[in-house]
Design a protein around this ligand. Sequence first.
Ligand SMILES: [Zn+2]
Ligand SMILES: [Zn+2]
Length: 405
Amino acid sequence: MKTNYIALSVPIFFILIGIELAYTFYKKLNYYRLNDSIANLSQGIGSQLVGLFMKSVLFVGYMYIFQHWRLFEIPNTIWTWIVLFIGVDFFYYWFHRMSHQINALWAAHIVHHQSEEYNLTVALRQSWFQGWFSWAFYLPLALIGFDPIIFLTLSSFNTLYQFWIHTRTIKSMGFLEYILNTPSHHRVHHGSNPKYIDKNHAGTLIIWDRLFGTFQKEEEEVYYGITKPLASWNPVWANLHYWKDLIETAKKSENINDKIRVFVKPPGWFPDQLGGFQAAPEIDAVNYKKFHTESNLAAIGYAILLFLLALGLGSYLLFSFDKLQLSADILIATFIIISLLTCGALLEKKRWFVAAEAVRFLLGFATIYTLYHQKFNPVYLGVLLIFHVAMLIYYFLIKSSYRDV
Ligand SMILES: [Zn+2]
Ligand SMILES: [Zn+2]
């Protein structure tokens, strides 16, 4: 079975996040906010979960082309690895660039850009649905005849490389800035300043942007995020909100051509009758305000527990997915997503938090009951049950008061 390098790297991600957090705290740099970080990491958990259910299906395309149509027999030498590394990075550049220039693809990729902060947790802020189509961009490599396992290894490396560049703590990498994608180049990529939009799409090598005319050096201060802020901690909504905008524009468009064009044109495109292209607005530095919500200590503690539960169960599922029955996989994954959903709702003080959390408790007991019947590890099950009951007590304690926090 394929190795999930991303899952294996989770402990390293958290160690590095811990180091960056400690450093920024020590230096009194406000690069981290708890609600924003939870929202970012929630997207990472959700994207890995969706990936678990989809990965083997999506890889079928690459395997099929490699097995039936490959043009060359390529030996497994160091040169193959070097050429394929460059090949993967090249196609990543085009996949990423298209994700910014075609609305239907941007609707998925937008998730990675919603955070108004820039720190290592943003690297893990990944769309839940992008993986459903990104694979198609790499199919030429299968046709050439590159081995699927080497391909998977190198494309995982490409993803992993991009983790460390999501930091404001490293200003410049010296001469490496000419060749590699660096924190400085990628900060530009996350900017909502008009001059930074649709720039620096590189994965590992910045040479593609320099070659194809999308390079932009980091100059004035970067304002992170998207031009129309998400303004929500809801992880499901983050994956859907742009679709709603596109569908609304399509509905308002009068002719069928425009209705289709909405989905294939770049962000900002509107039919003439709706005013035509709308360029990104200049940053209003005076009135600029990040989306933020305040919570009391009880709510923060509760949200952290919900998040840790999702993180713990999510990590467990990454390694045990194939060992469990599909019914258990689905139940656990649903329970995790609902936990992340209510966590966001609590931080946003949504009225539906109380009802959604009640549903989550019922689902939790149903999950525990199902796992018990599937001879799940009794120690894990015991811990889960105790945690769930403790949360239930905590819930009744904060339920009536949380709205006033
Ligand atoms: Zn991007
Ligand atoms: Zn990024």
